[in-house]
Design a protein around this ligand. Structure first.
Ligand code: C2E
Ligand code: MG
Ligand code: MG
Ligand code: MG
Length: 291
């Protein structure tokens, strides 16, 4: 990527070259600052989870929330996962970070419950390495046990590419996870280079329609057709279906009309701190203002 940008820069003249060089230097400096601090970030307690409510369309009831990691970097400020998850994966820190995510999500669910809220289901995203790690199942078990939570409090989200890579062992892991009562969601559905055959090998609880399909509905006919097809397929296979990235009332109305079960998106709430999401959880219901 950097090489391509450099090539493009070189071939398009002096000024652009300078421009791109400055850009690349800034990105290179950012990567350095990230790499040098990432190793210590868990120990220094610099990670936080933000939560985005998941809403049942037919009632507006909040039926869960997705946990999304953020990093309070000492010099760069609050960073989203796209800035550091790949680096964490490359450098081998992702398992440690991912374990922290699971335990922190459980701790937070227990805290909310202790404060009188109903037991929440929280979605946690698992990276490829974490999903393949032999201790994953034990870790999930320990985290639930430590906070005395049933498996139904967790919903693990993995992408199709993670599932497809070594399907045989994946199916074993998924069965072990589901045996604990933990829900299994397929994230970014429709964007991986995979066949649908894997859907026959195990029973996913939920498909999450990728944001890239939702973005241009209902105006774009192709995206509308794809979204409709995913909704119908999910229902026919007895899976829940969630639309990600719902930002507009028009998208909401299209999805409601097509019978999509759940939505997540800025229309209802951005991912916010545990503190900020608590009043929403308390109020239990979240519907868009339909003008
Ligand atoms: P994802 O799991 O598909 O999460 C959805 C992303 O879409 C989140 O970005 C969320 O903030 C964003 N989003 C939600 N609603 C809307 C909307 O209406 N409009 C727009 N434009 N965006 C919306 P975020 O938080 O930057 O996370 C990006 C990705 O990073 C996640 O995609 C997930 O793959 C990964 N990630 C997040 N947390 C973790 C984690 O704890 N562990 C691992 N391994 N990966 C994580
Ligand atoms: Mg996700
Ligand atoms: Mg997604
Ligand atoms: Mg994604």
């Amino acid at each position: 990527n950097a090489d391509a940008a450099m090539y493009h820069a070189k071939s398009s003249g002096r000024n652009n070259y300078k421009f791109y060089t400055a850009d690349l230097n800034a990105r290179a400096r950012e990567i350095l600052a990230i790499e040098s601090q990432l190793r210590h970030a868990v120990d220094r307690q610099e990670f936080v989870l933000h939560y985005q409510p998941q809403v049942e369309m037919s009632t507006g009831n909040i039926i869960g929330a997705e946990a999304l990691i953020r990093w309070n970097h000492p010099t760069l400020g609050l960073l989203g996962p796209l800035h550091f998850i790949d680096v964490a994966e490359e450098r081998g820190y992702i398992v440690q970070i991912g374990n922290w995510v699971i335990r922190e999500a459980c701790r937070q669910i227990a805290e909310w419950h202790a404060k009188g809220l109903p037991l929440m289901t929280v979605g946690v995203n698992l990276s490829a390495l974490q999903f393949r790690h032999q201790e994953l199942v034990g870790l999930l078990q320990d985290a639930l046990a430590e906070y005395q939570l049933p498996g139904s409090c967790l919903d693990v989200e993995v992408t199709e590419s993670v599932i497809m890579d070594d399907l045989e062992s994946t199916v074993q892991t998924i069965r072990a996870i589901q045996a604990m009562g933990i829900r299994m969601s397929i994230d970014d559905f429709g964007t991986g280079y995979s066949s649908l055959a894997y859907l026959k090998r195990f029973k996913a609880d939920k498909l999450k329609i990728d944001r890239s399909f939702v973005r241009d509905i209902p105006g774009d006919q192709d995206d509308s057709a794809i979204t409709r097809a995913i909704i119908n397929m999910s229902k026919n296979l007895n899976m829940q279906v969630v639309a990600e990235g719902v930002e507009t009332v028009e998208q909401w109305q299209f999805l409601a009309q097509e019978g999509c079960h759940q939505v997540q998106g800025y229309l209802l709430s951005k991912p916010v701190s545990a503190e900020a999401v608590e009043p929403l959880l308390r109020q239990k219901c979240l519907l868009p203002r339909l003008e």
